[in-house]
Ligand binder design. Structure first.
Ligand code: NAP
Length: 400
């Protein structure tokens, strides 16, 4: 059993955790840092898991954020493959699952999210990929040879990206999701329906408005029965039906929680020496109100920011993170409130292919999605932050 003390302790060695170590070092080059993570891989970039690792744009070696030398030279001790079992906020200690105890002066919770699982008969069968980690990528890549078949459950970010990536790798792909079109929480109807048809044109069988009711083993593969009475036989099943933020450590430490760990504008939890960042942080987004964001840029920017504040910078987090996706030839970057329940105005250069979709709440611009229009995130962010009355006419041509 070890017992050591650190000035900074980071729980979660994902994007937010690794970025926090960088943020700390921007302000404090001396204080000892311990970075603890449950995964066994060095911290890596997550977006390529459903994109460039499948399209040949990147290799696994290229998505590792820093090599071991970086952590050594930055005086960051790494404990990978290690789960934290308990935080004692009053004593300023954590205990890992092997009983080792570590003291801290400032702690960051960056524990991310766990994939939701299908609560149906067969939802826990071995081999169903609840796709989230590099480990999941390796397992699926090994099984996803050309000519294999896959059922992709979910039509959100993971489902839409994985269906495109698997199809690009010449698998026979079927998708199933409850809404009438792909990525329905983000895409307005006309764009969503158009992209759903594009998926069909690419050879993806899309079962919209349907959900799996049971899955069972069928030879070497799986037989999935659906609510609409279909039977789908595939070699593989890949599910992306959302994540649940990992907040149980925070709850047991007595921190204030809701749909995440509640933090203030400095990313401090209700225990001032404990910070939270990334998927779990329920933060007071400037101009938007309290929210959690489950995207790459949020993890990186908040992680770095929390690190700087842990080291004494005390800067409010006012940044509006962006996100991006690649679905066959359709790529986009988006910033702000990208919610299809808002009023949308699409300013197309080429309909449903190139242009900007604006998301409005009354006469306020809340968000913008740049479709195959690149390098305009800062412009869009500035337009949102102006917080001036807008109309479809005033937005036409605003970002090109
Ligand atoms: P998600 O984007 O929330 O999508 C969940 C999808 O699952 C939705 O299509 C939902 O349909 C569907 N669904 C829910 N229950 C279902 C069921 N029983 N059967 C079939 N479909 C069901 O979550 P995700 O795709 O799993 O992504 C996980 C996390 O990774 C998210 O936090 C996401 O932000 C992040 N991520 C981000 C990116 C990016 O920024 N490009 C890429 C990959 C992952 P309804 O909407 O109709 O309920």
């Amino acid at each position: 059993m070890t017992s050591q003390s650190y000035r900074y302790l980071i729980v979660g060695a994902g994007l937010a955790g690794a970025a926090a170590a960088e943020g700390i070092r921007q302000v404090d080059q001396q204080g000892r840092i311990l970075l603890v993570g449950a995964e066994t891989d060095l911290p890596y970039d997550r977006p390529p898991l459903s994109k460039q690792l499948w399209t040949g744009g990147k290799t696994v070696a290229e998505i590792v954020l820093h090599d071991e030398m970086f952590y050594k030279t930055s005086a960051v001790d790494l404990r990978l493959g290690t789960k934290v079992a308990q935080i004692d906020a009053a004593a300023h200690t954590i205990r890992d699952s092997e009983g080792n105890v570590y003291g801290y002066e400032r702690l960051l919770l960056a524990t991310g999210g766990a994939p939701r699982r299908l609560s149906i008969p067969g939802g826990d069968l071995d081999g169903i990929s609840y796709y989230r980690t590099l480990h999941d990528y390796r397992a699926l890549r090994g099984a996803a040879g050309e000519g294999k078949s896959a059922l992709v459950v979910g039509g959100g970010f993971i489902g839409s990206e994985m269906a495109a990536s698997l199809r690009t790798n010449k698998l026979a792909v079927t998708m199933i999701f409850p809404s009438p079109w792909l990525v329905s929480r983000v895409f307005p109807e006309s764009l969503g329906r158009y992209l759903t048809e594009q998926y069909r044109a690419k050879g993806v069988e899309v079962l919209d408005g349907d959900v799996p009711l049971s899955i069972r083993r069928d030879g070497g593969g799986y037989l999935t029965r659906t609510r609409a009475g279909r039977e789908v036989r595939t070699d593989l099943v890949v599910a992306g039906i959302g994540i649940t933020p990992n907040i149980s450590l925070a709850e047991s430490a007595g921190l204030s929680t809701g749909n995440g760990v509640i933090v203030n504008e400095f990313l401090q939890t209700s225990a001032p020496d404990i910070y939270a960042a990334g998927d779990i942080a329920l933060f007071p987004a400037a101009g938007f109100g309290p929210r959690r964001m489950e995207h790459w840029d949020n993890a990186v920017s908040q992680g770095k920011h929390a690190g700087r504040n842990m080291a004494g910078a005390r800067e409010p987090f006012t940044y509006i993170p962006f996100f991006f996706s690649d679905l066959f030839e359709f790529g986009y970057e988006a910033v702000g409130d990208i919610d299809s329940r808002l009023t949308t105005f699409a300013d197309w250069q080429e309909e449903n292919r190139t242009g900007v979709v604006y998301y409005l709440d009354g006469d306020r611009l809340r968000g913008a999605m740049m479709c195959n229009v690149w390098g305009k995130v800062d412009e869009a962010r500035a337009l949102i932050q102006k917080a001036q009355p807008v109309s479809a006419a005033s937005l036409r041509g605003a970002i090109q």
